[in-house]
Design a protein. Sequence first.
Lengths: 323, 243
Amino acid sequence: MSILIYTENFEGKFKKSTFELASYGNEIAKRTGTEVVAITIGKVSIDALNELGKYGVQKVLVVKNSELNDFSVKAYSVAIEQAAKAVKAEVIIFGNNPSGRAIAPNISVKLNAGLAPGVVDLPSSIKPFTVRKKAYSGKVTVDFVISTDIKVLTLTQNSYKVIESETEISISNFDVNIPAGLYNAKPIKTVMNTGKLSVTDADVLVSGGRGLKGPENWKMVEEMAEILNAATCCSRPVSDLEWRPHHEHVGQTGKVVAPDLYIALGISGAVQHLAGVNGSKVIVAINTDADAPIFEAADYGIIGDVLDVVPKLNTALRQFKGK
Amino acid sequence: MKALVCIGHVPDTTSKIKFTNNNTKFDSTDIQYIIGPYEELALTRLLEIGGLHITVVNVGQKETETTLRKALAMGANDAVRVDAEPTDAMFVAKQIAEVFKIGNYDLVVTGKESIDYNGGQVDGMIAGFLDIDSVSGASKFEIINDKAVIEREIDGGREIIEAKFPFVTSAGKGFAHEPKIPNMRGIMMARRKKLKIMPAFEQEQATKTGTFYLPDAKPKCKMVQADNVQELVTLLHEEAKII
């Protein structure tokens, strides 16, 4: 019996969300008296693999297979399914990110395992297996019960903290059997956003709305992001007006985020926007309208024109950070 | 070419969410139901591409037919309602996979996620049942000859994928620019379009929801004067301990 976590690597490296996954898996393993096994696909350095042991992973299965050079939901699912069977996984956990969200449902059908997508906390009970997830686009949370023998989860980023738990780790290669040409969807090109922290990885987000009046005023947003080591994002009207790229849109129909700090600049806070950001630990809002709904969701607020307030705030932040 | 588009019947995005039965059941009183925003984009894009026979499908009870009629008014050719309570994602995916097989479709398009349960799992599960590939969260979609070219967001960037039919994809933001609004002619024609009702296929329930929790009321927002930004920096550092 074991807890299997899919530790996705990004060009051979793990992200903080991977260690959240390991820490989360480790806690479930402790409660169920089992061990945490990680599976990773592709080339990862021994140092990076050993680091997983810091967060409680006892075993790592490294899969190398030329059929997995390109990402295919079907081929990746076959590999993870074979590993799950080999280690008799009772719980299989993915990150709630684009690849985890794609593979988890497939695995769930193949293993006849119930899937809880986007869980935000540890199981409140193992029997029946009950986890908490968001529903109605972040407006509420719900207890979600999985009744099958095998359980599949995807863990929401930044909802569980990284906990060190130094463990003896064993690393081995795991051979999978994947028929050639299994997939009919094949990536032909990948375009990475250059040099910037992504919205889903950042601990701090600086978000701009229509109150900024136009794309030419985004310099101050970017400046604040640079001072705070944050990513920039925006409200829906801003991306619809093409002031900013669509991948920066946060809200119910954009990205749902849960950073430690969310700074809303000139955003009134429509219900759809709030649904996408209300998982943030601290929200700061700056807006001219004292009655704007964003102030109901915010912890700290300033009533004022962002074009006046933000440059002053940037100066104060820069001083504080000694930058 | 034949496309199957899954249509969610979901509460309007501006709805105030309430529950009954000790917070275990969604209270649908005074709730307006709409086509899921992502499914609306999916259907819009396929209509823009043109030359496809489009069937819209929903797993649900009779009340979802008004939503299917709206999809027909947008321009879908016909509709299927699988007559069952959609108990969980696996059950819904199984139904759609069966409809797909019976109708010999070439592709299935779902929304990236429903805006009620936010599972985002049905597309991948359909692919699992049909043993075909899936591309989730597509932000652009083209059909070029006998292939589809799909763009999707990945962690920190985007990926362009070439997919051979059949496959499953789920539509995210950007799939179509703006949802199509049905015109009067479309609404009139929708009344005469075929809406087939099918009995459900067996699939054991794997998951269920329990108690819903509304968020705790937030403490009142602490206001800082616009000419005293230094105080905000101090509060964030000393009180919130976040910077």
